[in-house]
Design a binder for this molecule. Structure first.
Ligand SMILES: NC(=O)c1ccc[n+]([C@@H]2O[C@H](COP(=O)([O-])OP(=O)(O)OC[C@H]3O[C@@H](n4cnc5c(N)ncnc54)[C@H](O)[C@@H]3O)[C@@H](O)[C@H]2O)c1
Ligand SMILES: [Fe+2]
Length: 385
């Protein structure tokens, strides 16, 4: 059985941000709450969004309190502002943290009278809440990484437990304008690019792969392999940014149904416990995940090996060789090791329990227990220093 979906229209292309007003108007928005981060306001990008909205006769209020990893407190704050300003549409503009905060606000605004925020962000598939539809939303990414503009989830941090959790909510439209990422710094470019790469990898090792996910994931991996080093070396390269914007969006659409699993359980554990950026965690866990799963889908991982220009003579050598190639790629684009970041092996291993408790890991084609996850976390530290 396989299932695949595409949840919202994507308006793609350089300069597309200037059509935000027309797209918002088509969705019936009359007063928008623009959700972003102070640092992104300084780039001038939100101003372009505002100009386009104002030209279309749409009122704009701004919430610039977004913080890294979308804490639930900012969702509450933003929702209060949406109510007090009378906003009837939410636009997220920024990296994944801004988009997820915006998606969370859109859902919380219409549910806050009846639903506790903690219940809303701890989505439980066995016991889903009945929620009112979210306010209409448009998502405008300024990084090429999360694909959140096209995914069905907002990753929100529970500030009491420091857990990364989520709620089910998706945008009514995505505006993917590669020019918004031109000039993004080398390190953020590298981290976010490997987040997208890990989305692709985990689609391929999901228990329910499908042809749509496989095709998008492979195309995205090919673009990341070719263009991420170019963008890291030359942050102004428009061709690289164009391809990475496609790659990130394709990866987000790809994990709609073939969802991320053990790699993200591990990356969330590293992020929640040791507070490293999501993309670094994703980059570091991907080689051990490949070692675990490549033998279980040798045909598809053979295609990934081709993308990495590897010569593979047997299925047996595929997992380790491909994992090493991804480690070399991580080095090439400047992904730091856990040791570089100042962590000890014990600290890295202390996150295993968190990863074990993340139910998303069950979506992986190869089951894991505590011993397997301990071995994978040890490889994160030992095999990349
Ligand atoms: N909803 C989903 O489907 C999904 C998928 C993957 C990850 N996520 C979540 O997304 C978050 C990570 O998002 P991210 O990696 O995009 O990081 P981020 O949103 O936290 O942004 C990282 C940094 O980049 C800066 N930045 C962003 N765009 C910029 C620009 N154009 N110019 C200059 N600086 C810019 C921001 O100010 C910030 O300092 C995590 O919380 C992660 O869990 C969500
Ligand atoms: Fe991710």
């Amino acid at each position: 059985m396989s299932r695949y979906s595409q949840l919202c229209p994507v308006y793609f292309g350089p300069g597309e941000v200037n059509n935000t007003g027309a797209i918002a108007k088509e969705l019936g928005m009359t007063h928008v709450l623009l959700v972003t981060e102070k640092a992104i306001v300084e780039t001038g990008i939100p101003q372009k969004v505002m100009d386009s909205l104002l030209q279309s006769g749409i009122k704009v209020s701004i919430y610039d309190g977004v913080k890294m990893d979308a804490p639930d407190t900012t969702v509450i704050e933003g929702a209060e502002l949406a109510v007090s300003t009378g906003a009837d549409g939410i636009i997220g503009c920024g990296g994944g943290s801004s988009l997820d905060t915006a998606k969370g606000i859109a859902l919380y605004v219409t549910n806050k009278e009846n639903v506790d925020i903690k219940k809303m962000i701890h989505f439980d598939p066995a016991n889903p809440l009945i929620l009112a539809p979210a306010l209409k939303t448009i998502m405008i990414p300024t990084t090429s990484g999360t694909g959140s503009e096209s995914t069905f989830v907002a990753v929100i941090t529970d500030t009491d437990t420091h857990q990364k959790c989520g709620c089910i909510v998706w945008a009514n439209a995505a505006i993917v304008d590669p020019d918004l990422t031109v000039g993004l710094g080398k390190t953020i470019t590298a981290y976010t690019g490997m987040d997208a790469f890990s989305h692709c990898n985990e689609c391929l090792c999901n228990v329910m792969p499908n042809p749509h996910s496989d095709t998008l994931a492979l195309s995205s991996m090919e673009r990341i392999y070719k263009w991420l080093p170019v963008a890291v070396d030359d942050p102004e390269c428009k061709e690289a940014r164009y391809n990475l914007a496609i790659a990130s969006n394709f990866a987000g659409i790809a994990f709609q149904d073939s969802q991320v699993n053990v790699g993200h359980a591990m990356a969330h554990a590293l992020g929640a416990r040791l507070h490293i950026p999501h993309g670094i965690g994703c980059a570091l866990v991907t080689p051990p995940v490949i070692e675990l799963v490549a033998g279980a889908r040798p045909e598809i991982y053979g295609k990934v090996a081709e993308i990495f220009e590897l010569e593979i003579s047997s299925v047996e050598e595929l997992p380790a060789k491909l994992a090493d190639a991804v480690r070399s790629f991580n080095r090439r684009i400047g992904i730091p090791s856990m040791k570089d970041l100042g962590f000890t092996r014990e600290q890295v291993l202390s996150t295993v329990n968190y990863a074990l408790s993340e139910m998303m890991r069950m979506g992986c084609i190869v089951p894991q227990n505590e011993a397997v996850l301990t071995d994978m976390m040890a490889k994160v530290y030992d095999n990349y220093q």
